[in-house]
Write a new protein. Structure first.
Lengths: 258, 154
């Protein structure tokens, strides 16, 4: 019994310690970010591996999510003779929710896990320690560019996802379902507001980009320097990012549209 | 060096694609009014009741969209709704006795302003007022009228 209580205590102290380390780590990374202005090449290289290489999965899933939304929404709307509202339905659900959230989840699987594994392996092979030996701060040289690249890529990826989703729904609606294309766009423009919907979606994706990149680089940096530790860190990145994104999405939605 | 060039090119393309998507979301999907071309002219229509008409609602003639509702306000002296319609510049020869009515697209659809051209030679100009208007049909009023009528018959 005593053993059990001690176990709970040890776990709580452990997780509180991790949380504290994560915040201090974030603070150090953020302080180091302005120095990157002098070396934009580092960030561009990371945007390539985080953003450009994620494009394929974002483009394909954006198109397909939009097409499926179009098909499913049509089934319900056609009963009410309101199939012209399909554009509104698809645009609002993509701009407000699905665009930022699904992009963040895909980002965690595609880019976040890669970031964690890369940094974790650098730690396991003592590349980070050798940098410190050479008086190079790994948090500024390695972590900072990766964090910034993730933070910058996420809104762009989410915008591409959202727009392609709407295009996919438009193709299905006009090509397969026979919805009038003009009504599709005009009703959408009537109902979707730039500040209430589009801007709030962008704010969401900025928040998700911040959190997803933070979790990815921290898990990599904080992992046990063994092959098992790296694999655990990668898994944790995907799980924690997904949970954090879904939880934050609820809070943000309640604040923005509640 | 060559590799770094292509890498920069890809990143540039990615950033441009992202910004283009954001721009398309602002322009094509939402109704941001700041950059919309304003090459039309405005006419005023007063209604007793506009029902659920909103700004940016379409203005149609013979079912073709010819403009949008620009603003809606209450006229304090007559207690009528003053609706400013922005008509596209290419439709500049509407007769002056054109009438406007507020209709609903489908049973549950959005409300829009429908124009019915008259027969006068003079054309509508910027700032003119449409004299013949028909208010929105309020379903509750119709139902209550019908109920009172059927009650008074007994």
């Amino acid at each position: 019994m005593l053993e059990w209580i001690r176990d709970i205590g040890a776990r709580s102290i452990d997780s509180l310690g991790t949380l504290g380390r994560a915040f201090l780590f974030l603070l150090r990374v953020l302080i180091g970010l302005p120095a990157l202005v002098l070396r934009p090449g580092l960030v561009i290289r990371e945007i390539f591996s985080v953003g450009v290489l994620s494009l394929l999965i974002i483009v394909v899933s954006g198109l397909f999510v939009g097409m499926v939304l179009g098909l499913q929404g049509y089934n319900t709307l056609v009963d009410f003779g309101a199939e012209e509202s399909l554009g509104v339905l698809v645009a609002l659900s993509l701009v407000r929710e699905l665009g930022p959230v699904v992009t963040a989840l895909l980002f965690a699987g595609r880019a976040g896990s890669a970031l964690s594994a890369e940094i974790g392996l650098m730690k396991a092979t003592e590349q980070l320690s050798s940098m410190e030996m050479m008086a190079v701060d790994p948090e500024r040289r390695v972590i900072g560019p990766r964090f910034l690249a993730g933070f910058l890529s996420m809104p762009l990826l989410a915008a591409i996802f959202t727009f392609l989703g709407i295009v996919g729904a438009y193709l299905i609606a006009t090509g397969l379902l026979g919805v009038d294309g003009g009504a599709f766009w005009s009703q959408m423009q009537n109902k979707v507001d730039f500040y209430d919907d589009v801007l709030n979606g962008i704010i969401k994706s900025l928040v998700f980009g911040f959190v997803a990149s933070w979790i990815a680089v921290f898990e990599g940096y904080d992992c046990m320097p063994t092959s098992e530790g790296v694999s655990r860190a990668t898994t944790r990145t995907v799980v924690y990012t997904s949970l954090a994104v879904l939880g934050l999405d609820f809070i943000l939605t309640a604040l923005m549209f509640g | 060096m060559q590799e770094s060039r292509t890498l920069e090119l890809w990143v540039g393309l990615f950033v441009l694609a992202g910004i283009a998507a954001l721009f398309a979301l602002a322009m094509k999907v939402s109704n941001i009014a700041v950059f919309q071309s304003n090459s039309g002219y405005d006419v005023i229509a007063r209604f007793q009741n506009i029902g659920g008409l909103t700004e940016q609602a379409p203005v149609t003639l013979a079912g073709v969209q010819v403009g949008r509702v620009k603003s809606i306000e209450l006229d304090n002296s007559t207690f009528q709704a003053k609706v400013v319609l922005s008509i596209n510049g290419q439709y500049d020869d509407l007769p002056q006795d054109t009438s406007a009515s507020i209709l609903t697209a489908g049973l549950l659809g959005e409300q829009y302003v429908s124009l019915e051209p008259g027969g006068m030679d003079q054309k509508l100009k910027n700032g003119d007022e449409i004299m013949l208007t028909q208010s929105a049909m309020i379903l509750e009023k119709l139902i209550s009228q019908y109920l009172y009528q059927s009650a008074s018959k007994k």
